[in-house]
Ligand binder design. Structure first.
Ligand SMILES: *Cc1c(COP(=O)(O)O)cnc(C)c1O
Length: 286
């Protein structure tokens, strides 16, 4: 029987085990399959080129969404000549575990639906957590603030934790996110009451149906229009320039349309890493 090790840590979670089943003779090193690394590199370069064609004079941030993908995929891209630094995760526990075994030079983005009780541990345990993109209640903002304050009491932090407010632009009841009309109040709270957080802007996921209809750069997507309008209103209410509040919108199926509509940050998973296993098979506790 082969033992499952990763950087010397015995892992119970299958998200790491999936492709990191390394022989026990080599427990200290995370193995990177050169062919896998080459494929990932080629995929991400392709995405970056498509971004560059549309971004104009802006610099659009590319977040590689590595949820349910093994830690050595992340390492392969981070250590490649491309030097990808921004990675996105959806599940708190998976993010915390990957961060604990991967280089501190990675900038982690928590992009998934947040549970209030996971906010404090996330902010306190992951020093290189760069951004939480899915804040949609005052309680979650306060819990992140508490976690970051606790971490700041233990170690010097080079920057405040960036947060984005997630807006429910599609009006779907099952989607997380704050209503467009309530966004400014939450933004104001973060700015005025959370000194360890920095309000970076707004995020939306958008309706799946719409992203399937509007996939090319020429198609208008109502969710992206709504997020931009919401941003402009929030900026006016807060008395800041709209450009100070970034827009995080666009995924594999619609990132080009999102950039054409003003996105500053795209979150791309499948196009870089391939299809994900169903979450139930990955057995990830959150
Ligand atoms: C999974 C996910 C993505 C990436 O989706 P792909 O379609 O695989 O590119 C982007 N944003 C959020 C919030 C996600 O949950």
């Amino acid at each position: 029987m082969r033992t499952k090790h990763l950087a010397g840590i015995r892992c119970r979670n299958t998200f790491i085990v999936m492709t990191d089943t390394v022989a026990s003779a080599e427990p200290e090193k995370m193995r990177i399959d050169p062919r896998r690394a080459e494929a990932l590199l080629s995929n991400i370069k392709d995405v970056q080129q498509r971004i560059q064609k549309l971004q104009g004079s802006r610099k659009v941030r590319l977040i590689a969404v590595s949820k349910l993908k093994p830690a050595n995929d992340v390492l392969a891209l981070h250590e490649s000549q491309f030097g990808q630094t921004d990675f996105g995760e959806n599940y708190t526990q998976e993010l915390i575990e990957k961060a604990s075994i991967l280089p501190a030079s990675i900038r982690w983005h928590m992009i998934g639906a947040l549970q209030t009780n996971k906010c404090k541990p996330l902010a306190e345990q992951v020093a290189n957590l760069y951004c939480v993109s899915s804040v949609d209640t005052v309680k979650k903002a306060d819990a992140l603030e508490k976690g970051r304050a606790a971490l700041a009491a233990k170690q010097e932090l080079s920057n405040t934790l960036r947060v984005l407010v997630q807006v429910n632009t599609s009006g779907e009841a099952e989607k997380s996110g704050v209503e467009p009309g309530e966004t400014a109040a939450l933004c104001q709270h973060i700015r005025d009451k959370c000194p360890h957080l920095h309000l970076g802007g707004l995020m939306t996921i958008g309706a799946i149906a719409r992203s399937k209809q509007a996939t090319t750069a020429d198609d208008e997507n109502e969710d992206f229009v709504c997020l931009r309008d919401t941003r402009d209103r929030v900026a006016a209410e807060l008395g800041v320039e709209p450009a100070q509040l970034e827009l995080s919108m666009g995924m594999s199926s619609d990132f080009e349309a999102a950039i054409a509509q003003g996105s500053d940050e795209v979150r791309v998973g499948t196009t870089i890493f391939g299809e994900r296993p169903p979450r139930k098979d990955a057995k990830i506790a959150d």
